[in-house]
Ligand binder design. Structure first.
Ligand code: C5P
Length: 227
């Protein structure tokens, strides 16, 4: 079954403190967005739509030049969910294509084994698949000057790429748009339709680059891998 992907890269990355959008920041000389697209291409993804911030069309075209898969850039929206919806629209109707991955450009080091687990779960019949990890910190819920402990053994941190049957993801995003719902990931859009979400094991290397310390960690991971 053909697989396509959306890489969301339209965020500003203000928490990273870089002078360019986060997805264009170089990690060992290669832009984060390019690392993501290369990883997806290696996993057999045939076509990638990248959502980008307005005004950076040429920079993204340069960063993605020569990628080993068909890449289209489209300007994203105000929220992540708007960017994904615009990305889905740019993918258009793809007869015969049933599987789509949605990936954060901020996760440049996702190992092939994680992409493989997501795709395998879809091929086994799942409609929405999320890679997750157990939460390592103790967690407290804080409210109005008091706080209470949360049982972390039942919590999972969510990563990307998340995988979907393409038609169900389109249906989920149409639904949250019409219902005026806010979500922070795409599985939540499908869940809002009542669809089941399957969890697979994520990976520490799929960390989300958010703050400067995350770049140090990512550089150390690359160095340890010798790539
Ligand atoms: O803000 P956060 O780190 O959760 O964003 C996750 C991903 O979504 C990032 O890769 C960012 O570029 C992307 N994004 C987007 N459009 C937005 C906001 C975020 O494509 N409006």
């Amino acid at each position: 079954e053909p697989v396509v992907a959306i890489v969301v890269a339209a965020g500003s990355g203000s928490r990273l403190g870089a002078s360019v959008p986060k997805a264009l920041v170089l990690l060992d000389g290669v832009a984060l967005v390019r690392r993501c697209v290369d990883n997806l291409a290696e996993a057999g993804v045939e076509r990638v739509v990248v959502t980008i911030p307005a005004g950076f069309e040429d920079d993204f075209a340069g960063a993605l030049q020569g990628a080993d898969t068909q890449v289209t850039c489209v300007v994203g929206g105000g929220r992540r969910q708007d960017s994904v919806r615009l990305g889905l629209r740019a993918l258009g109707h793809l007869p015969g294509t049933t599987l789509v991955l949605v990936h954060d450009a901020a996760r440049p080091l996702v190992p092939a084994v994680v992409v493989g687990r997501v795709l395998q779960a879809l091929r086994d019949g799942a409609v929405a698949v999320v890679p997750t990890l157990p939460v390592v910190d103790s967690i407290r819920r804080s409210a109005a000057g008091t706080s209470s402990v949360v049982d972390r053994s039942r919590l999972r941190a969510v990563q990307t790429p998340q995988g979907f049957r393409l038609d169900e993801l389109v249906r989920g995003h149409t639904h949250i748009e019409l219902a005026g719902l806010e979500v922070t990931d795409d599985a939540a859009a499908c869940e809002a339709l009542g669809l089941p979400v399957v969890l697979v094991e994520g990976h520490r290397h799929a960390l989300k680059i958010t703050e400067p310390v995350d770049m140090l960690l990512a550089a150390a991971i690359l160095a340890a891998e010798g790539t």
